[in-house]
Design a protein. Structure first.
Length: 315
């Protein structure tokens, strides 16, 4: 049991054709729900923190609670900065014990993304911390996948190889049709698996076999959870996510890290809404936050068992 980097986790995941779940954390109940869910399945996991989560909870609280979760559960956990916007945030996280950082320069021009990512890699590697970066724009392309739109938006395989070579990153987030949030597809869900295959092949041919690929925007947005939110006063219309079978396919095809935040938010909200509705007289936060924590634990257990395939990865 330890606070670890993702290096060993990804090596085992790639070889075992499964993925490690990366769950966004913002408070104690989410940390406990995720860590207990992972421990129940004897799985390692990644707890990740966005810039707004840092602003909300503070790095010291998050680090302290993650250390407590490791002691309580006995599993390996990587503490990761999600979508780091700049070197300053990377430094803040590394100073506060994070073992992995993402620098997201995907919105910059290519050369600027390379230069800024390289700066982060040099800083982080000198301190034993691993780096994830992103190439391509995370967005669904309308229904009938338009080839020009996909080429302009999704990750270019040759550029991915050049990027890995020049920056020295440890893992790469790619764009193949996933997007953040609860409204991912207007029509049918579609991911560009051919592109994923070409990217992994070109990386292998260039001397980067088993290079860890990361999938952001990978929540499934379970219709039953949406229904539960709406049944108890929510108004979530037209929500949709990435079907579980697509995530299983990604996990078996070189994707070592699958990011989920929206599914946690939805599970938590559904639990709290139900609790408020069924017990309007109650006002002890431990009641409804406890229900939310149980919802999160159940969600993580089912992700590990049915989607990620990381069960017993702690063995
Ligand atoms: O990819 C973004 C994550 O869902 C974090 O979102 O910036 O609202 O914490 P946030
Ligand atoms: P979702 O919005 O699909 O949960 O994606 C989360 C994510 O990619 C965090 O970086
Ligand atoms: Zn993301």
């Amino acid at each position: 049991m330890a606070l670890v980097t993702t290096k060993e986790m990804f090596k085992k995941a790639y070889e075992g054709k499964y993925a490690i779940g990366a769950f966004n954390i913002n408070n104690m109940e989410i940390i406990q729900g995720v860590a207990r869910g992972a421990a129940a399945k004897n799985s390692a996991c990644i707890l990740q923190v966005s810039r707004s989560a840092l602003n909300y909870a503070g790095p010291k609280y998050l680090y302290g609670m993650v250390k407590a979760a490791i002691e309580e559960t006995g599993i390996d956990i990587a503490l990761h900065l999600d979508h780091g916007p700049d070197l300053e945030t990377v430094k803040l996280c590394i100073e506060n014990g994070f073992t992995s950082v993402m620098f997201d320069g995907s919105h910059f021009e290519y050369e600027e993304n390379v230069a800024k990512t390289k700066e982060v890699v040099d800083y982080a590697h000198a301190r034993g911390v691993v780096v994830e970066a992103e190439l391509g724009k995370l967005a669904g392309v309308e229904d009938e996948v338009n080839v020009d739109a996909a080429n302009a938006t999704y990750t270019d395989p040759d550029q991915a190889v050049d990027f890995v070579k020049r920056t020295g990153v440890d893992s790469l987030a790619i764009a193949i049709g996933t997007s953040h949030g609860a409204y991912k597809f207007k029509g049918e869900a579609k991911l560009d698996f051919d592109r994923l295959e070409v990217i992994t092949k070109k990386l292998a041919d260039a001397g980067y076999p088993n290079f860890p690929i990361v999938l952001h925007g990978a929540s499934s947005v379970d219709p039953a959870v949406i229904e539960m939110c709406n049944q108890y006063g929510g108004a979530l219309k037209g929500a949709s996510g990435i079907p579980a079978d697509m995530l299983r396919k990604a996990a078996a095809s070189g994707v070592c890290k699958i990011n989920m935040d929206t599914d946690i938010r939805l599970a938590m909200t559904a639990g709290i809404r139900k609790s408020f509705s069924e017990k309007p007289e109650a006002f002890d936060p431990r009641g409804y936050l406890g229900v939310a924590r149980e919802m999160i634990q159940a969600l993580v257990e089912s992700k590990i068992e049915d989607v990620l395939g990381s069960k017993d990865s702690m063995k």
